[in-house]
Design a protein around this ligand. Sequence first.
Ligand SMILES: Nc1nc2c(ncn2[C@@H]2O[C@H](COP(=O)(O)OP(=O)(O)O)[C@@H](O)[C@H]2O)c(=O)[nH]1
Ligand SMILES: [Mg+2]
Length: 335
Amino acid sequence: MFRRRTEPQTDPAQADAADAEPVPTTVPRPARAATGMAGMGLRARPSGLGSRLRSILGVGAPATEATWDEVEEALIAADVGATTTLDLVEAARQRLRAGGGRSGDDVRRALADEVRARLDAAGSGIFELGPAPAIILFVGVNGTGKTTTIGKLAWRLRNEGRNVALAAADTFRAAAIEQLRIWGEQVGVPVIAQRAGADPGAVAFDAVAAAESRGLDAVLVDTAGRLQNKTQLMAELAKIRTVIERRQAGQPRHVLLVLDATTGQNGLLQAEAFSREAGVTGIVLTKLDGSAKGGVAVAVADRLGVPIVFAGVGEEIDALAPFDPAAYVEWLFAA
Ligand SMILES: Nc1nc2c(ncn2[C@@H]2O[C@H](COP(=O)(O)OP(=O)(O)O)[C@@H](O)[C@H]2O)c(=O)[nH]1
Ligand SMILES: [Mg+2]
C-alpha cells in the first residue's frame, strides 16, 4: 500500500535521499463515482474552523474586541497564516462597519465572503488544458502526491476522451519511474521514460517530441522532489523547463505545484519558493481527506495570487476533483 507522509517538513526542498520507499504495485481503484469536491469526502470531515468560530462568536451576539482576537487565533490555527489572517479580519470588519451587521453569523459570513474573494481573485477553480499539446510540469517536494496526482489527472483526462501520456522526469530513483509506469498501466496511457539516473531534461525533451509526433492532447511530466538541497532541486527544474521551452515555444503551458494540505504553513513556504523559482501556474492541494485544516489554500491564493486548480481527496484513482471555491469555503466554515 502507499505510505502516507504527513510529518511537517522544515525546509521546502529538504533532502532525504537515503529513504527508500517501497514501490506500490497497485493503484487504488475508484471508491465512488466522481461527484466533485463536495461529494468526494470533504463533507465527511469538518475543517474544525467552523465549529471553533461558532463557539467563539455564538450566533446572535455582537462581536467585541476580545472576540476578534480569538477569531484571529482560530484562523491562524486553521493554517490561514498571520498576514492573510490580519488582512481578512480587517476586511471583514470593514464590511460589517459598512452595514454588514454585527452578529456572529454576520462575522462568519463576512469572513467567508472575504476568503471566497481571495480565492476567486487568484482564478482558483479554473483549469483550461488549452490547444493540443499541453505540456504540464508537476513540481513539489517529495511525498506531496505528485506522481499520484499525475495518475489521477491522466485518468480524468482519459475519461474526457483526451489523448494523454506521462513522462518520468523523476529519474532520481528507479522506484519513482516504476511507480509512474504502474499508474500508466492502470490508466491505460503510455509512459515516456529512460533509465534511472538519466538526465531529466532528456526525458522532458522526449516528452515534447512524443506530444508532437503522436498528436497528444497532454503530457504530464513527473519531476523529482527529493534532491540534495533546494538549490539543486530548483536548478534541475529550471533546466527541465528550459529544455521544454526551447523545444516548443509556449510550453510548458502549466506548471502545477503539488502541495500536501496537511503540512500546513510549510505549504506556504514551499509555494513561495517554487513560485519564485519554477514559475508555478497553479496549485494542486492534496490530502484534503486527511487531517488538513485546509486554510493554507487561502494563504497561498492571497499571498501569491496563484490559483488552486485541483484538490486531492484520497489515494484512489478517482480522488481528484477540480478545486471548487464555493464547496471549499462552505467546508471551511461549516460548523
Ligand atoms: N489521503 C491521501 N493520500 C494521498 C493523496 N495524494 C497522494 N497521496 C499519498 O501520498 C503518498 C505520496 O504520494 P506520491 O504521489 O508518491 O508523492 P510524490 O513524492 O510527490 O510523487 C502516497 O502514499 C499517496 O497515495 C490524497 O489526496 N489523499
Ligand atoms: Mg513521485
